[in-house]
Design a protein around this ligand. Sequence first.
Ligand code: NBP
Length: 489
Amino acid sequence: MEPRADIAVIGLAVMGQNLILNMNDHGFTVVAYNRTVSKVDEFLANEAKGTNILGAHSLQEMAGLLKKPRRVMLMVKAGQAVDDFIEQLLGVLEPGDIIIDGGNSLFEDTIRRTQYVESKGLFYIGTGVSGGEEGARRGPSIMPGGSPAAWPHVKPIFQAIAAKVTDPKTGAQEPCCDWVGEGGAGHYVKMTHNGIEYGDMQLICEAYHIMKDGLGMTPDEMHEVFKEWNEGELKSYLIEITRDILAKKDDDGTPLVDKILDTAGQKGTGKWTVISSQELGIPITLIAEAVYSRCVSALKDQRVEAAKHFPPGDPRFAGDRQQWINDIRKALYASKIISYTQGYMLMRAAAQHYGWNLNYGGIALMWRGGCIIRSVFLGEIKKAFDKNPSLENLLLDPFFKKAIKSCVRSWRKVVSTAVRKGIPVPAFSTALAFFDGFRSERLPANLLQAQRDYFGAHTYERVDRPRGEFFHTNWTGTGGRVASGSYTV
Ligand code: NBP
């Protein structure tokens, strides 16, 4: 058969199948391949029936069907499967061809794979794809990085199948997909997206927890609150699904949410975000708390036991319920601003460390539609970076500065009352602690430096001397004159 296919997709699980169908809808001819080859025929006979989708039963056959430069997209389990396929593909592709990994790969693997594939004369793209099954089928958010030379060949397909959002200024339909940067930049941005997703979900859960235990509200009542919140500044996919979840009834007519076991799992991208933040020295405290909150939730048996030893007091918040609901909304909004501020701080540090030229407004646009964290809020972030592309910190943008100031009273009230009443609000409170630390001209780290110098001769800088001059004090009178050069604590 003559080469006539635009792209091949390997991996016929939920994401691969739906992306193929999406590509087909947009007029591209796609070749489908899967490790378990019988799934190719199953797919062609069912979901892909009546479409232009082609099937291949070997990688050689797949390569023969593709126009050049060949574009091959992997939608397989992240990890070794990707390396194995790359190795096999190098045997059937030729220089100039493009291998794309659309799975949730660790960005460091993508950096390594880009270098490896480029060393063989081919190009590599590691791309985040967000939006789950529905997104893959109807329009995901796509965050590609890797070999810049490959982007023009992939761009028409990716931008066609991506979610679209309307540019408020021009009214034009903008795709939620653009070039992110070299090497692992695309997967890094996707990882940060997932970290922020962890944070957003935790914040919503804390608001729910306060309304449930502090205000004694039923799921139906909370459904109404989330419905209202979804019409304002919090309008987002996650608020929308929370609204719908709270209205959902089990077969016996009672709220389904009350029947769901309170232990959460995690797949790893939240954890990776926190690990990277630790390596880069960036405080993404809210995402970290969101990951740890899932870990605490997983200790169900221990929690049940501990609850017997430390029984709760009365968690009820005194005062006007509607006023509290407004305060909780503001606490959620302010905490969300902190979470995104931290996420952007992380991406900025990563860009500097790995040498990526990230377009921060473009990233907000990519997240504006198609993905799990899509929201009107991201439109405001896009505007902030459009106004000032070199904006150092989101908190200092006039819109967000004003927003935080208008929320801060409610935020403190909600956090302090939840703490007094024993309702855990780790994300709300860490966001507030970060805010208070970040806006402090002077922190107690002077004492900390003194402690470090005391026990380890780590030296310190002085407020009355220029930065970069280091001093050591013989605190006890028994220490030596030598300062530590390598031992760091
Ligand atoms: P899975 O992550 O469940 O992977 C299934 C595919 O991987 C099948 O094609 C399977 O082939 C193949 N595979 C496995 Br498993 N082990 C393999 C190996 N050792 N060698 C070769 N192939 C192997 O599929 P998915 O949920 O569609 O996700 C695909 C990628 O997209 C993943 O990286 C995922 O993290 C990412 N992602 C998923 C979502 C989502 O909502 N599901 C969202 C965004 C991104 P087989 O049929 O022969 O077993």
